[in-house]
Write a protein that binds this ligand. Structure first.
Ligand code: ATP
Ligand code: MG
Length: 414
């Protein structure tokens, strides 16, 4: 093998990082449960159409970022770049007879062929929620409150800002689109090549451009918020009032759009200043047209996804692994006894380690390295007495303890 590095853009998640990831995921699971959301897992690859049709032919993801491959039968498959399309597909294929609303959360790896930058990986992890079947603004209030609750439980409330916008309904977007195209057309010379191709197909997406020239043009562009019809306005007012009631702080950001084609009404993003350039930690919105566009019954939906790596970098250091009790045998006879003893301690719920080799000194050194709280030493003397010498690894104090009383004695170290 010539290259033993993980593939570009992927990482081994070593135990110290994994502990942080798990802390994020478990906190999120726990709180999602309080809101009645249940876990769903969909395949890591899907038929390419699942993403191409739902994310839109002009999206960054579809045009540049998908890992597409043919299987042995020539079927086009894609490693999932996000979670919503798979959940929508799963709803259509196996759950459409279930009563609505349905509440799901998911967690797992996503794959995007991104340009390499700090904070952007080609395999990364998302935790996300989807709420299907709630037409009204209370659905959006619920999922945003859930997001804020999770971020709060992770200790991040002071480090994030919630940006909120509305994309309105299709009538509002049509009215805006005409004005927007007229404006952008007059500034063609200042737009990036990429934005020029979007101009005809999906001009709203130009708001999402990271190109500086585009951003300058966008500064002056007509805003969707000035073209909302009454029902879209009322919807957005309800969302804002609901968030205020729920005690969730937000800032209006009329230039926030979502990079995906199927969004309508509510769009939002939690960002942070603490991670440098890649400040988006959680983003989502309403996608009422998605399930119908995939061939299912018209079903409203709203949801979000959070970047687990980014959140994991922000949280406080989670507690380390439990400190073990080290069982240290001296001599052959004691080794057999040690083996059953270490097993007995594990059965009793202690984290326990067997000093694997060497003399007493070497094994105690090993116990120290393993960050043991105590060492249970048994040699020939102890065997005769049916006892062990328990050494407190902090104080060095040694106590002779009957084997039958060992768990009781060690209870102080739990
Ligand atoms: P951007 O505009 O920065 O590319 P996006 O619109 O592609 O973001 P989403 O699809 O909304 O991002 O994904 C939700 C969250 O997943 C992001 O807010 C971010 O925290 C995380 N995320 C997205 N792409 C990556 C990546 N390549 N590496 C790590 N985390 C990512
Ligand atoms: Mg992206």
């Amino acid at each position: 093998m010539s290259d033993l590095q993980p593939p570009r853009g992927t990482h081994d998640i070593l135990p110290d990082d994994q502990r942080r990831h798990r802390q994020v995921a478990e906190t999120a699971w726990g709180i999602a449960g309080l809101y009645g959301y249940e876990e769903i897992s969909t395949p890591i690859f899907e038929a390419t159409d699942v993403f191409r049709r739902t994310l839109g032919e002009t999206s960054d993801i579809v045009t540049k970022e998908m890992y597409v491959f043919d299987d042995k039968k020539g079927r086009s498959l894609t490693l999932r770049p996000e979670g919503t399309a798979g959940v929508a597909r799963a709803y259509i294929s196996g759950m459409r007879s279930k009563p609505l609303p349905l509440k799901f959360f998911y967690q797992g790896p996503m794959f995007r062929y991104e340009r390499m930058q700090k904070g952007r990986q080609r395999q990364f992890h998302q935790f996300g929620v989807e709420l299907l079947g709630v037409e009204g603004p209370l659905g959006d209030v619920e999922i945003i409150s859930l997001a804020a609750h999770i971020l709060d439980a992770l200790g991040l409330t002071d480090k994030v800002t919630l940006h909120l916008n509305t994309l309105g309904d299709s009538e509002s977007r049509e009215a805006h689109r005409a004005k927007l195209v007229e404006y952008l057309d007059a500034h063609r010379d200042r737009l990036s090549e990429e934005s020029l191709t979007r101009l005809d197909r999906n001009p709203l997406r130009i708001f999402d451009s990271k190109d500086e020239g585009d951003q300058e043009v966008i500064e002056e562009a007509p805003l969707l918020s000035d073209h909302l019809n009454d029902s879209s306005k009322a919807f957005f007012d309800h969302v804002q009032a609901g968030l205020k009631t729920a005690g969730v702080a937000f800032e209006l950001n009329p230039r926030l759009v979502r990079g995906l084609d199927y969004y309508c009404h509510t769009a939002f993003e939690f960002t942070t200043e603490t991670l440098g350039a890649q400040g988006a930690v959680l983003a989502g919105g309403r996608y009422d047209g998605l399930i119908e566009a995939m061939g299912g019954p018209p079903t409203p939906g709203t949801g979000w996804a959070a970047g687990v790596e980014r959140l994991a970098l922000m949280i406080a250091e989670p507690p380390g692994p439990a400190r073990p009790v080290a069982v240290v045998p001296i001599g052959e006879a004691a080794e057999a006894e040690a083996l059953s003893l270490v097993q007995r301690l594990r059965q009793a719920g202690f984290t326990a380690d067997l000093g694997f080799s060497g003399n007493l000194k070497k094994r105690l050194k090993g116990a120290n390295k393993a960050n043991a709280v105590a060492a249970v030493i048994i040699g020939d003397d102890e065997l005769v007495k049916d006892a062990a010498t328990v050494r407190d690894m902090e104080t060095g104090e040694q106590t002779e303890v009957k084997l039958s009383a060992l768990e009781d004695h060690l209870a102080r170290y739990r």
